[in-house]
Structures are given as structure tokens and as C-alpha cells.
Design a protein around this ligand. Structure first.
Ligand SMILES: Cc1ncc(COP(=O)(O)O)c(C=O)c1O
Length: 367
């Protein structure tokens, strides 16, 4: 097929995406899903993000995470910020992973709007370890000016590091130490649901380690926006005032909350199926010539697949796309494609995916 035409090939509800958190979303999809919900039940109204579908979502998420309460936020960026602010103040120093969203992708909002200094740890690694943490805590107390740490943040899985996850034992060590030192802990678990399916560590087990946990509502549950911040009853009570201070109490959040509730209904069972299907698929792919499956020891749902130098990745991408399979051929010159497993893998059988890969690869091998 003419490559130009292939580029224009639209994706459909049968397309499989080996990148991103899900299939690309669209307004029409949200509207249709809302209609589907309204066909089966009433949608309860909220008042500036209080009550209605929002309340229902908050209580379901609290149960799933084993926390006493939850508060809905319009974005994860704000949920992380408010968690750090409320846990940390009046102490004005927080320790965060250098590769985290809050440090790299939030425009220094915590520093600027809450006056809390974020000290990055871990360098280019996805997470820091206990000795590094101890050193940072000690220097905050023994430095020229005493400036104690109020909160320690962990992100897992780490988006900037191909979904690599801090191993549970390391998290346990770090959070236990923080507890002994009287330092609060927050987990940016935007993608914790998918990570938990892959690591087989229950959500509640992760969440029990932390004072507060944030989970994204739009990455995996097909809501257009939204985040949940979970914590103790005392922490969450009246938190809507702080949310409002930051302009985060959106009216009509029930629309997004209802979609998140719908997405949540099936997510955990679908995720189990996606895990087993992807394990089998990776095993089948590893037997194909011209590619090698590599793994991160601390992986969640992203697997690096290295292609031989005679494979033209642009051709491979085009050939796959023509059959409704999408990969991200951006490899920074390494010929390694990172395959992200999301729920779209369930749209095709492994037999079909294997056939598609085998055929696409054959044509993509440079002669
Ligand atoms: C790990 C992580 N934390 C927080 C966020 C922020 O979420 P939001 O876009 O809802 O502000 C993101 C978004 O990409 C993220 O990947």
C-alpha cells in the first residue's frame, strides 16, 4: 500500500496500541459513554465537585485503596501539590524523586505557590534508595540552617523511566524510616492500578505504606480528566477548601466521575487478562527472528524490544499500522521499541497479533 495512504489510516475500536495508557480519547467517545450510562441509570449531580457521582467515586476509591477517605481533584498535578502542601507545612522542605512528574513537569508549582522547596533525589534513576534518603534527611538537620523535611514523595511506576517501579521492599524500607523520623509520605500512583496488576502486589498493600496516595482517573479509566487523593479521614475532611483555594473545585465534575466509575467497573478484571495475554504474546514474539525481548528488572507494563539493525522501523510501523497495530517507532537511534501494554491488547487475539508482527517484520527487513 502507498505509505502516504497508510499514514492516513484511521484507528478503530479494534486497534491495538502498544504505546500510551490507552487508545487515544475523543470528545465523541466521552459523549457516547455518558449516553450509555444515562441509558441504564440516573447520574447524580455534584455541587462544585462535592457530592453526587463525585462522592460515589471517592468512596469506591477509598475502599479499593484501603484508605479512610478520598477527595476528587481536577488534575493529578494539583492532587500531588495539595498532598505535599498539607502533609508538609509548616515544614518547607520535601524530598522527591528527580525523575518524578511533580519535580519535572509541574512548573515548580509547589515551590512557587506553597513555598515548599522540593529537593530532588535519585538523579537519573527512577527512584532513590534508603542511604540517599537518610543523607538528605541528616543534612536538612545538620546543615548551617536547620530546615527539617516535612514530606517524602515516591512516584511509581515512573513515567519518565519507562514505567519502572520502585520495588515494594525498597518502598517499605523508605516509608518505615520516614515513619520513625516523623516524616509524612505521599505516593504519586497515577498508574498504580496497572502497576499492581503487573507486580501482583495488591493496591491496598502499596497504599498502606503511605499517608496519602494519588491515582489518575483519566489515564486508565477513560474519564476526560480527574484525580483522586486518598488519605485518612482527618486529612481529607474539609480538604475541599484547599482545593477551592487553588481553583480546583470544578462544577459538574459528576460527568467525569461517572465515566471514571464506569471505567473502574471492568478495569481490574481486564487488567488481569491483559497481563496474561501480554505475557504469552511477549513469549511468542521472542521466538521471531530479528528481534530480542529485553526486560527491566523493575518493570511494570513497558517492555523494551530490540530489533536487529536490518529492520527498518519506519516500515515496520507502517506495516503494523495497516493492520490496526500501533507502535511508537521513536527509539533515540537505539532500534529498541518500548512496548507499553494497556487494555487495547484485548482487542485482538495473540494469534492475530503474532501473524501481524511476523508479516510486518518480514517486509520491514532491509534487503
Ligand atoms: C506520574 C504522573 N503524575 C502526575 C501526573 C499529572 O496528572 P494530570 O495530567 O492529571 O495533572 C501525570 C500526568 O501525566 C503523571 O504521569
Amino acid at each position: 500500500m502507498d505509505p502516504k495512504r497508510v499514514k492516513e489510516l484511521p484507528f478503530s475500536e479494534h486497534s491495538v496500541f502498544f504505546y500510551g495508557d490507552d487508545a487515544p480519547s475523543s470528545n465523541i467517545q466521552f459523549v457516547n459513554q455518558l449516553k450509555d450510562i444515562l441509558d441504564t441509570r440516573k447520574m447524580a449531580e455534584d455541587n462544585y465537585s462535592i457530592g453526587g457521582e463525585v462522592l460515589e467515586l471517592e468512596s469506591i476509591m477509598a475502599k479499593k485503596l484501603g484508605k479512610e477517605a478520598c477527595v476528587f481533584f481536577p488534575t493529578g498535578t494539583l492532587a500531588n501539590h495539595v498532598a505535599i502542601r498539607q502533609l508538609g507545612l509548616p515544614k518547607t522542605r520535601a524530598l522527591v524523586p528527580q525523575q518524578s512528574h511533580i519535580y519535572q513537569d509541574s512548573g515548580d508549582s509547589v515551590q512557587q505557590l506553597s513555598g515548599i522547596n522540593l529537593v530532588p533525589l535519585g538523579g537519573s534513576n527512577p527512584y532513590f534508595d534508603l542511604p540517599e534518603l537518610k543523607e538528605a534527611v541528616a543534612s536538612s538537620m545538620n546543615g548551617r540552617v536547620v530546615n527539617p523535611v516535612g514530606v517524602v514523595v515516591i512516584e511509581t511506576p515512573v513515567r519518565r523511566c519507562f514505567g519502572r517501579s520502585m520495588p515494594y521492599e525498597k518502598m517499605l524500607d523508605v516509608t518505615e524510616y520516614c515513619r520513625e523520623q516523623g516524616i509524612a509520605t505521599h505516593l504519586d500512583g497515577a498508574r498504580l492500578f496497572i502497576a499492581s496488576a503487573f507486580t501482583n502486589i495488591p493496591l491496598k498493600k502499596y497504599s498502606a505504606l503511605f499517608d496519602t496516595v494519588y491515582i489518575s482517573m483519566w489515564k486508565y479509566f477513560r474519564a476526560p480528566y480527574g484525580a483522586i487523593l486518598a488519605g485518612s479521614k482527618e486529612f481529607c475532611e474539609n480538604l475541599f477548601h484547599v482545593r477551592r483555594t487553588f481553583g480546583g473545585s470544578l462544577p459538574s465534575s459528576s460527568l467525569s466521575a461517572a465515566l471514571a466509575l464506569k471505567g473502574l467497573e471492568k478495569f481490574e478484571t481486564d487488567a488481569q487478562s491483559a497481563v496474561s495475554q501480554s505475557k504469552e504474546l511477549i513469549e511468542l514474539l521472542s521466538r521471531i527472528p530479528n528481534l530480542q525481548v529485553n526486560r527491566y528488572e523493575d518493570e511494570s507494563n513497558i517492555i523494551p524490544i530490540e530489533f536487529s539493525s536490518n529492520v527498518n522501523l519506519q516500515n515496520l510501523e507502517r506495516n503494523l499500522r495497516a493492520n490496526g497495530v500501533f507502535i511508537n517507532p521513536e527509539t533515540s537511534g537505539q532500534n529498541t521499541v518500548h512496548f507499553t501494554i494497556n487494555m487495547t491488547i484485548l482487542r485482538k487475539s495473540n494469534q492475530e497479533l503474532l501473524r501481524t508482527f511476523t508479516d510486518a517484520l518480514e517486509t520491514a527487513v532491509k534487503s
